[in-house]
Design a protein around this ligand. Structure first.
Ligand code: MN
Ligand code: MN
Length: 468
């Protein structure tokens, strides 16, 4: 017996014990309460524009100001910059000289979805439809026969902007994309899953009443007439619009034990909510200037002037240097080289139904805390930003000192696939970066699943990183 105890003790000392965070959990009430706030946020923010709008509300109510309204800056000042309504950067000026670097956390607000084409409306067999073009990596078959809502903006040539949000309220109509009945799907069912639904067949059914008995394209005419009466728009106005179709399902608490959250777009709005609340909940002025990034276009490669590849983020930090009165040539580059960052993005959670794509020693599990990816990439780490061991040790130290549960994993088995985040873009500036978020099941599906334990632990982890 004595021998067994010695083995147990030695194992306890030497093994990296990976255990379920719910066992002997101390702050269950805080975990469940935090998830309530998150679920509420998710139901108010389904697109990047809505995320920025809600984030601005949270920032405003916590004493943040638009940097354009600040003449000068000093430690403790809380500021933000909104970039074209689709991305946003926030900061709290730290006590230390900004030259020593920033503590940055960056997430993205965009999620896979269906966008309307510029010429979307047509009529066929007395049905009116919208043509779509999918955005990001989706499994097309998942987007048929589910309730969809319409979100976005239509901008008229005079600059007037019409905001759409149809299908979220119980009183609103919803929309859907039809699929073939099984009785007649013999040929379709023989197809490969990826070809089962054609991209050009993702057409949204939007109406079926003709304007009158004589008009040709009467259903299309009737729909345009309804839209004209309600919003003052014509068919041409869809040319200058950004309209997104997202699942009309509510984000909800999940499981008999209410341990999980199910909802659309948790990749990566969960990280936006966690980084934002971590930033605004800080009681004291941090040592290092704390910066929060809410990026756009991550799901299609971070390009464009609202994506992370744009230089608008650099301009925001330069503006901080200007308003602190410390700027000089090359200071921005120096600040970046001294900065540390958590690239806040979700991780693939181990799914026992599809266990074969994961390697069990290096998979992230729901309920085991924050998931870190030292590197992402695919096939021989190609395209990866591989975090330096020294920086990983620093992050581990922060988490361990604050008793925060974390796990370091890979996105699936070697050569099975891969992915990327905004990490490499910030790493290119000289910043130490590691991917760090929560594991998700059914990532990129209309309904994704996360663990409330991981969400709360990641919020605590982000806060500890800012406060470090
Ligand atoms: Mn993501
Ligand atoms: Mn994604």
């Amino acid at each position: 017996m004595a021998e067994k105890n010695e083995v147990d003790l030695l194992k306890e000392k030497l093994f990296n014990k990976k255990e379920n965070g719910w066992i002997d959990v101390k702050d269950k009430e805080n975990i469940l309460n935090y998830a309530k706030g998150y679920i509420k946020f998710m139901n108010e923010a389904k697109t990047e524009r809505e995320v920025v709008k809600q984030s601005k509300k949270i920032a405003d109510s916590n004493g943040f100001r638009d940097i354009n309204e600040c003449e000068s800056l000093k430690p403790g000042d809380k500021i933000y910059y909104i970039n074209k309504e689709k991305s946003m950067y926030l900061a709290i000026i730290g006590k230390e000289s900004i030259e020593k670097g920033l503590n940055i956390i960056g997430a993205h607000a965009d999620s896979p979805r269906l966008d309307l084409k510029p010429n979307p409306i047509y009529e066929e067999a007395e049905f009116a439809y919208f043509k779509t073009h999918y955005y990001g990596g989706i499994k097309k078959y998942q987007w048929t026969t589910i309730p969809l809502s319409i979100h976005g903006v239509i901008v008229k040539t005079n600059g007037e902007k019409i905001e759409l949000n149809i299908g979220e309220s119980e009183d609103d109509p919803i929309f859907t994309i039809t699929d073939l009945l099984p009785h007649l799907a013999q040929d379709q069912m023989e197809k490969k899953l990826k070809n089962g639904i054609d991209g050009e067949d993702l057409n949204l059914l939007i109406g079926s009443i003709p304007y009158n008995s004589t008009a040709s394209e009467g259903v299309k005419l009737n729909i345009l007439n309804i839209l004209n009466q309600k919003y003052g728009i014509t068919e041409k106005d869809f040319l200058s619009a950004e309209i997104e179709l997202v699942p009309a399902m509510k984000c909800r608490s999940m499981g008999f034990d209410e341990s999980m959250v199910a909802g659309y777009g948790q990749d990566d709005k969960v990280c936006v909510y966690m980084e934002l609340t971590a930033l605004v909940d800080m009681k004291d002025i941090p040592n290092k200037t704390a910066v929060c990034i809410i990026s756009d276009k991550e799901e299609i490669g971070s390009m464009g002037n609202t994506g992370m590849e744009s230089h608008v983020f650099d301009t925001f930090i330069s503006e901080i240097l200007n308003k602190l009165g410390v700027n000089r040539p090359n200071l921005l580059e120096k600040v970046f080289c001294n900065s540390k960052m958590l690239s806040a993005d979700v991780d693939a959670g181990f799914d026992p139904i599809y266990a074969s794509v994961s390697e069990k020693n290096n998979a992230a599990h729901l309920g085991r805390g924050i998931g870190l990816n030292k590197y992402t990439g695919a096939r021989g780490k190609s395209g990866a930003s591989d975090a330096n061991a020294e920086f990983v040790a620093e992050v581990r130290d922060i988490f361990e000192k604050n008793d925060i549960k974390y796990q370091i994993s890979e996105l699936g088995k070697v050569d099975v696939g891969g992915g990327g985040t905004i990490a490499y873009i910030l790493a290119n500036k000289g910043i130490d970066v590691i991917d760090c978020g929560v594991p998700v099941l059914s990532m990129h599906a209309p309904y994704e699943v996360t663990s409330k334990f991981d969400i709360y632990e990641t919020y605590r982890g982000y806060k500890a990183f800012f406060e470090n």
